[in-house]
Design a binder for this molecule. Structure first.
Ligand SMILES: [Zn+2]
Length: 76
């Protein structure tokens, strides 16, 4: 199966982070606290995407910082 990616748009910290869908922070776009309001106050998830789509979406959010997750997309 092809890897899917999600983007977390964080309003609080003005950033967008690209995650793999199986990342512990992402959980297929549900986040660490599924069903809780906590997540919705701080930002929102977009996806699933291919990597390229995720990168484009992250930039289109217009956030000050765009990054890859340091856990699931850490460079080897
Ligand atoms: Zn991640």
């Amino acid at each position: 199966m092809r890897m899917k990616y999600h983007v977390y748009e964080n309003w609080l910290h003005d950033k967008a982070i690209i995650h793999k869908s199986d990342c512990v922070y992402c959980k297929d776009g549900k986040g660490m606290f599924p069903g809780r309001q906590y997540n919705k106050k701080n930002g929102q998830w977009w996806g699933p995407f291919t990597y390229t789509q995720a990168a484009v979406k992250a930039i289109k959010t217009g956030k000050f910082r765009v990054n890859e997750c340091s856990i699931c997309l850490k460079r080897k």
